[in-house]
Design a protein around this ligand. Sequence first.
Ligand code: NDP
Ligand code: MG
Length: 392
Amino acid sequence: ADPRRVSIFGATGSIGQNTIDLIARDPDAYDVVALSGGANIARLAEDARRLRADVAVTAFPERLHDLRAALAGSGVMAAAGPAALVEAAARPADWVMSAIVGAAGLAPGLAALEQGATLALANKETLVCAGPLVLETARRHGARLLPVDSEHSAVFQALVGEDMAAVERIVITASGGAFRDWPLERLASATAEEAAQHPNWDMGQRITIDSASMFNKALEVIETREFFGIDPDRIEVIVHPESMVHALVGFRDGALMAHLGAPDMRHAIGYALHWPERRDLPVARLDLAALGQLNFRAPDGARYPALALARRVMARGGLSGAVFNAAKERALDHFIAGHIGFLDMARLVEAVLDRFESDPGLIDAPMTLDTVTQTDHLARQRVDAAMAQRAG
Ligand code: NDP
Ligand code: MG
């Protein structure tokens, strides 16, 4: 068979590197079209050379010079900036990994769908900010979306051969993050470094901190709603400290199908890469007897206010997902920079949601890439404005 044409956006990140690990094990099977990265020019250039990509793109225009230098003589074309990312995503490919972090992943993902590629979606922000637009774009161009987020891959696998009409509920698990067992009163003074220690998964810094606050789970609840078209009150979150059960699907006859596996993203990435087949993957096999037990408990709403905010966003609809995600991203920037405390993130996001809800003209505008982008920018400005107000 001809090699499959693949592109990887966010190639230098945690998901991107795991994707490259799988592809590099079988180099003749793939023809790498585009790789993208951000600040890590050395990694991007090395992988682009090794995988003989057609083009390598850094998200940051000021790094084009460095990328060109790093690719000199390799035959790989260098490009930079958001428009170049979209152009690279429009290059014909059969399978595209969307693993940029944040709302910056939306535009390249849409471009990949518009050229009909199968989009393996790690970038959950794409569905949180613009679910209806993304699904409609996929439909119009006959493109397929496959989940890569571990919970959503687990649900997708539990649904093979099933009818959504028979689904009563979807349960996604949460490890509880770095502060699961901290006393509540200690959370206010938690640092970004402490929040970036995940008990089970090795992931990028931002999603790891979002796991501690459960903003990650909040985004995933919205992602579940969009991906599977299920009613929000049929989606449950359960704390499961071991991260071995990734999700469960409950059916109308009472059956609950659980998906178990070691916490290694190469399973979900590999499933999306080989779908609809299953192939050998280099992931650890679970030894249940050695594990002995698995634990579950209800999430504490006081500890994890982000979960209630997600419910509010789903009830409101429109562009409120774009507001929620952008406000969360900006609040996270400020937390990482040490400007605000851990608990201030949810307070700021809530204040910005309040402000948008009192201004329905904005949130109910038709959903296009432009309106989503504008709303995203405005929500970030409003986080800064809310901070200035609190400081003054
Ligand atoms: P990382 O931070 O490890 O990697 C992010 C990638 O995006 C890097 O390639 C980075 O480049 C690039 N990047 C950073 N900023 C920009 C920007 N402004 N524009 C374009 N590209 C940019 O993140 P993860 O791999 O952890 O996560 C990627 C996505 O996958 C996120 O949406 C996350 O929520 C999701 N996800 C991740 C999981 C995981 O296990 N890591 C699990 C499930 C979902 P560089 O590093 O060169 O600066
Ligand atoms: Mg997940």
